[in-house]
Design a protein around this ligand. Structure first.
Ligand code: SF4
Length: 348
């Protein structure tokens, strides 16, 4: 007999682990889909094999990474269902993930989808009426099974057709975690994360930065936001000089390397040559300079770089910085910038 296949939305949190395992326990092959975007879990793309082996070892699940970046960057412009407390468009985010999962069903020959949603667990995205909206807008009516709350919801097609035994599903609701913890114990799942993973959009500071970017505060072409722009937004110390020039300064060697790797033609790169200190990138310097004195902007940016360089007797000292712009590379000495300017131009 052909084995039934289901696709599970796998955040890596306990509820998603349980949902996949509860369905797998009925002899169904579950492929766990782990969506990543620059705002959450993007680093997993660089260590795919390690991650899939870890999920298999800890939870006995097959996991596939799915990069959702492209659609996600567009989604943030104007999510139909709005934002949560910060810049997190949870309802539209779930709709996008489910839509992509539904599109992937044919590739895996899957009969239905599984999520770890629990009725009433989250104020915005897991209210009973919201669950229905998410299902409808993702085109998943009848094919989306939520094993942890299934007994409180209308039976799905998989239950009606006997692919899944509804009796072996659950009726969890609300914010309490005890039933999930007891189920984890019963299934022998021990090593699971306590809290939901780090979605940067729910973070007041980082989410705020991203929101400002979309509002056009950092570059004139925020409509063309790329994965690189987001990565640059989420690294280092951030500055907006003269209300216009977006400068990102590394805090350690790893960040310096990352920042340098985001350079593209038209950006200005600042590197310390003789004295230890940060690397910085001023995005779109060539395009933005019209109407400003280049020397003033370069002095300010290089001054910030020097301000964060290695101190001598507790003080930043003048040091050489190599500046790469569209017109070539120039190295010269720059003075540290006054602390008041640093504060004025720093973005939280
Ligand atoms: S917290 Fe982030 S990843 Fe989770 S649903 Fe909301 S926007 Fe999506």
């Amino acid at each position: 007999m052909k084995q039934t296949v289901a696709l599970g939305l796998f955040s890596g949190g306990l509820d998603s682990i349980l949902a996949c395992r509860v369905i797998a326990a009925q002899g169904i092959k579950v492929v766990a889909l782990k969506f990543v975007t620059p705002f959450f879990d993007y680093d997993l793309l660089a260590k795919k094999d390690e991650y899939t082996a870890e999920v298999e070892r800890k939870y006995g699940l097959d996991v596939e990474l799915v990069n959702l970046s492209e659609g996600y960057l567009d989604l943030l412009r104007n999510p139909t269902h709005g934002f949560g407390k910060n810049f997190n468009p949870c309802i539209d985010c779930k709709i996008l993930m489910l839509t992509r999962a539904r599109e992937l069903m044919a590739r895996y020959n899957a009969s239905f989808l599984v999520t770890g949603e629990v009725v009433g667990q989250r104020p915005m995205s897991q209210r009973r009426d919201t669950l229905r909206v998410i299902e409808r807008d993702a085109g998943c009516a009848g094919i989306l099974l939520r094993p942890l709350s299934a007994k409180l919801l209308v039976p799905t097609r998989a239950e009606q057709e006997g692919l899944v035994d509804r009796e072996q599903l659950y009726g969890f609701s609300g914010r309490g975690r005890k039933p999930q913890m007891a189920l984890a114990k019963a299934l022998g799942i021990k090593d699971y994360p306590n809290a939901a993973g780090g979605c940067m959009l729910t973070d007041g500071n980082l989410g705020g930065r991203i929101e400002k970017y979309y509002a056009g505060a950092y570059t004139p072409d925020s409509q063309d936001i790329s994965v690189d722009d987001v990565n640059l937004l989420l690294v280092g110390r951030q500055f907006l000089l003269f209300d216009k020039f977006w400068l990102v300064v590394g805090r350690d060697e790893k960040e310096n390397d990352r920042i340098a790797s985001y350079w593209r033609p038209g950006d200005w790169l600042f590197e310390m040559t003789t004295h230890p200190g940060p690397t910085a990138l001023l995005r779109l310097g060539d395009a933005q300079i019209e109407g400003h004195r280049k020397e003033e902007v370069v002095n300010a940016a290089a001054g910030i770089v020097v301000s964060y360089s290695k101190k001598v007797n507790g003080e930043a000292i003048p040091a050489e910085v190599t500046v790469t712009t569209g017109r070539g590379r120039v190295s010269q000495m720059y003075k540290p910038l006054a602390g008041s300017k640093l504060q004025l131009w720093r973005i939280e």
